[in-house]
Write a protein that binds this ligand. Structure first.
Ligand code: NOJ
Length: 484
């Protein structure tokens, strides 16, 4: 028998969701359109089965039932995002009272059930009125929005994150062009990544000015998508390609939020290509904005790690080419290649999902140790989970591969904790099947199965398994294979 992993009694067990992916009510009660609402309306053919988030899981109306499910599934925490265009339909200016009321009801219901809210300000649904993170007005609008949320909810919400996966949203919004605003320009992508990181750091400073320094394990952080990049072969060229990809996709985001500065080596590389972003590149708080020596480098109180898969890089990148498998047909290969720099390839020894995402818990362990070595601080796994084409048969969803996936990743988390990483909680993606961006609704991630006709929620086998884990804090390993 493999020894069970015992998690500390105050470890946070929960799930994560995002406003656009579950709420629906896209035009209801004064909500303004987001860039994603607009994209899905204008380019339905770019989304699997022409799905859209107009109704999504109708969480806007079913929130009370959903909080009930969280209680039954043993949640002590729940990570969700606020919809900026529901609160400020024009991005700034007039506040939508119905939006505040909706989130007030949700936060209060969570607290009544002993579920600590972990609130993300921005999970990709930019108000359409603001158009883009290149807009010169965006920083002011963002800080007005952040201040509204911090002041209104901050007495009850003790865990905040600024942005969800700025790396992924910039990469697909401005480099591959697959997400809105559908741009394909590496220089603009780097500028937007910087605008996001700068906006993040200003919001961290603002939060601390309003609410002061938090208790350990509380306060303000960010959820980064982190994927280790391994060289595809032993060649020095592939090692260099992997180092570059890692610098641009991981270190470029990790080091500013943890240390308050960009990685010098990556900055040098970008300067040499004439692609370094413009603006304050050192993240120190300008004195004119109330900066003082004490908070001149606003870095996070905790770090959120969204982890799904690793990458394998080769230097052999003859073209620039991007493609995402959104069908769930394993024959449809994803491609990510930047001419002359690096290309991601499949791991011949890897295990893959139907959407060609590699399953590799060791890479989560690796990322957690890297964070420990950069800065010791509280860490939450803010997302981790597996997308499967689950089916409901006679009232049951048999998703043993989800249980195996989460077991393997939690074992990696536990190992990292024993090696000194201060992991405080695990939010599984996701509470329920939801609108999975370009993948539409076929790629299911939930503990709860959502019927697309009736929107009825049915707990999958993983749901009762997760509830028991959250209740006991004890993770049993997979049963050993019987000797043949
Ligand atoms: C990360 C994103 O934050 C979330 O919105 C998404 O649905 C999951 N990845 C799964 O793809």
């Amino acid at each position: 028998m493999i020894e069970p992993c015992r998690f500390p009694p105050d470890f946070v067990w929960g799930t994560a969701t995002a406003a656009l992916q579950i709420e629906g009510a896209a035009d209801l009660d004064g909500k303004g359109p987001s860039i994603w609402d607009d994209f899905c309306r204008r380019f339905p053919e770019r989304i699997h089965e022409r799905s859209h988030p107009e109704v999504a899981c109708d969480h806007y109306h079913r929130w009370a039932e959903d909080v009930g499910w969280m209680r039954r599934l043993g949640h002590s925490g729940y990570r969700f995002s606020l919809s900026w265009p529901r609160l400020l339909p024009q991005g700034r200016g007039a506040v939508n009272q119905a939006g505040l009321d909706f989130y007030d009801r949700l936060v209060d219901a969570l607290l009544e059930q002993g579920i600590a809210p972990n609130v993300t300000l921005y999970h990709w649904d930019l108000p359409l009125a603001l158009q883009s993170w290149e807009n010169p007005e965006i920083l002011e609008a963002w800080l007005e929005y952040a201040e509204l949320c911090f002041r209104h909810f901050g007495d009850r919400v003790k865990l905040w994150s600024t942005l969800n996966e700025p790396g992924w949203s910039t990469m697909h919004g401005y480099l591959t062009g697959l997400h809105p605003p559908c741009q394909r320009d590496p220089r603009r992508a780097l500028q937007v990544a910087h605008n996001l990181l700068w906006a993040h750091s200003r919001a961290v400073a603002l939060y601390h000015r309003i609410w002061g320094r938090p208790e350990p394990g509380q306060g303000i952080g960010i959820a980064l998508n982190l994927s280790p990049v391994h060289p595809a072969s032993d060649s020095p060229q592939d090692a260099e390609a992997a180092r570059l990809a890692d610098g641009l996709l991981n270190r470029w985001f990790l080091e500013p939020v943890l240390l308050g500065r960009y990685p010098e080596e990556v900055l040098e590389f970008l300067r040499a290509c004439g692609s370094a972003p413009r603006g304050h590149l050192d993240f120190a708080e300008p004195a004119s904005q109330g900066g003082s020596a004490a908070d001149s480098n606003p870095t996070v109180d905790w770090l959120g790690v969204n982890y799904y898969l690793p990458h394998h890089a080769t230097a052999d990148a003859p073209t620039t080419d991007f493609h995402l498998n959104i069908s769930g047909d394993p024959q449809e290969a994803s491609r990510f290649s930047i001419q002359g720099l690096f290309r991601f390839v499949q791991n011949p020894r890897g295990r893959y999902t139907d959407w060609n995402w590699e399953v590799d818990p060791d890479s989560l362990h690796e990322i957690l140790l890297r964070i420990r070595d950069l800065r010791r601080l509280p860490v939450y796994v803010t997302e981790n989970g597996i997308g499967l084409p689950d089916r409901l048969c006679e009232g049951q969803v048999e998703d043993s591969s989800r249980i195996a996936y989460v077991t393997g990743h939690l074992q990696a988390v536990h190992r990292a904790m024993q090696e000194g990483v201060d992991v405080r909680g695990y939010y599984m993606w996701s509470l329920m099947d939801n609108f999975s961006w370009l993948n539409g609704y076929r790629k299911r991630y939930g503990l709860l199965y959502v019927d697309r006709q009736t929107l009825q929620r049915t707990p999958k086998r993983s749901a009762s398994w997760f509830a028991e884990l959250a209740r006991t804090g004890v993770l049993h390993g997979p049963e050993p294979a019987s000797p043949s």
